[in-house]
Write a protein that binds this ligand. Structure first.
Ligand code: 1CP
Length: 315
């Protein structure tokens, strides 16, 4: 997750001269940045360099990615009429360069390539809040105050996400990750009532490649998220991997080292990595990963060592 993040010096060197959106719009540059963590860390898969907010331009929403903040939307969605003014996202024209980058990456590397998109709730969080939020009061408020407009918003974002992911597979992506990063802000009953049906439609509408369903703070939501779909369930560090896997049942699991631990003392990171592998117990279907994105101050050497350790232990 956000593998390139801000922790690789070669990424930072490129970011000195190009904004994130500029990188995504230049297929050669996007391919280069996508493969940096693969070359440097030896991870087993690449995730295309993009951002979940990229489809916003196609929806007619102007935004910028502010450094040290994240995505900031020009005119947030605050009223039902704002939902009606959203345009229809067409990946072939709206993210053509990204699709070109995917084809380039496939030609340049034999490592499997993961495409991704944001899930409807997490996209709506940025559209309604207008910027990164911790409490999500505005988006949750919108959901309860305007149930009809909310449903319309979820339907449109579900359509956009299916189109975005399908186009990435057609361009060459071999697996898909759906990021519902902020879904943990909801109660289990609100998830079941206002989100789950859209997530079911989303997973049901994807091409036949392996899918990863990821969120954070989801310990209480996992049964519903598993029911909604995904071949692999992403777990953050707030639940023991074996406990999360019990809930995921016959699916695979991805996770779940705390990013702070990956950034911290090497011995602690190694010990906790071994503990996660022990909890997986050699079962098929575990993708070792952090429970969320790499923190920018993470020493590259720590990440290299963890990749090596996982390879040694699971050889
Ligand atoms: O190679 C890679 O680094 C992967 C590319 C990638 C991915 C998978 C980026 C580039 N963004 C994402 C997904 C993404 N973007 C998610 C889902 C994953 C997660 O939960 O981390 C989310 C929530 C975003 C939104 C976003 N974009 C944030 C979070 C803001 C918040 O609400 O806290 C931020 C900081 C960004 C900017 C961004 N996108 C990507 C990078 C490397 C960065 C860092 C900034 C930079 O280099 O300028």
């Amino acid at each position: 997750m956000r593998q390139a993040g801000r922790c690789l010096p070669e990424y930072r060197a490129i970011r000195k001269h190009h904004s994130l959106l500029e990188i995504v719009r230049q297929p050669e540059l996007c391919a280069e940045v996508t493969l940096q963590p693969v070359d440097r860390l030896g991870v087993d898969a690449a995730i295309v360099f993009s951002d979940i907010t990229l489809p916003f331009f196609g929806l007619g929403i102007d935004f910028e990615i502010q450094s040290g903040v994240g995505p900031v939307v020009d005119r947030p969605v605050r009223e039902p009429a704002d939902v009606e003014r959203l345009a229809v996202f067409d990946p072939l024209s709206d993210v053509a360069e990204l699709l070109e980058a995917i084809a380039l990456i496939r030609r340049a590397s034999a490592v499997p390539l993961i495409g991704f998109a944001g899930a409807p709730f997490t996209l709506a969080a940025y559209l309604v809040e207008g910027r990164p939020s911790r409490r999500f009061h505005l988006v949750k408020g919108f959901m309860h105050q305007h149930p009809v407009a909310w449903r319309e918003l979820m339907e449109r974002l579900t359509d956009a996400t299916i189109a975005h992911l399908t186009a990435q597979v057609e361009a060459g992506a071999q697996a898909l990750q759906v990021f519902d990063s902020w879904i943990g802000a909801l109660s289990p009953s609100d998830y079941r009532e206002s989100i789950q049906l859209h997530m079911e439609r989303l997973f049901g509408g994807l091409p036949d490649v392996p899918t990863i369903h990821f969120g954070t703070d989801t310990a209480g939501l996992l049964p519903s998220m598993v029911a909604a779909g995904g071949d692999v369930i992403g777990l953050d560090w707030r639940i023991d991997l074996d406990r999360g896997w019990e809930i995921a049942g016959d699916r695979g699991v991805q996770g779940n080292l705390d990013p702070v631990v990956a950034a911290g003392p090497r011995e602690v990171a190694e010990r906790q990595t071994r503990a996660i592998l022990a909890a997986a117990g050699g079962r098929r279907g575990h993708i070792f990963n952090l429970g969320h994105g790499v923190l920018p101050h993470t020493p590259v050497e720590n990440l290299k060592r963890l990749v090596e350790l996982v390879h040694e232990e699971t050889a």
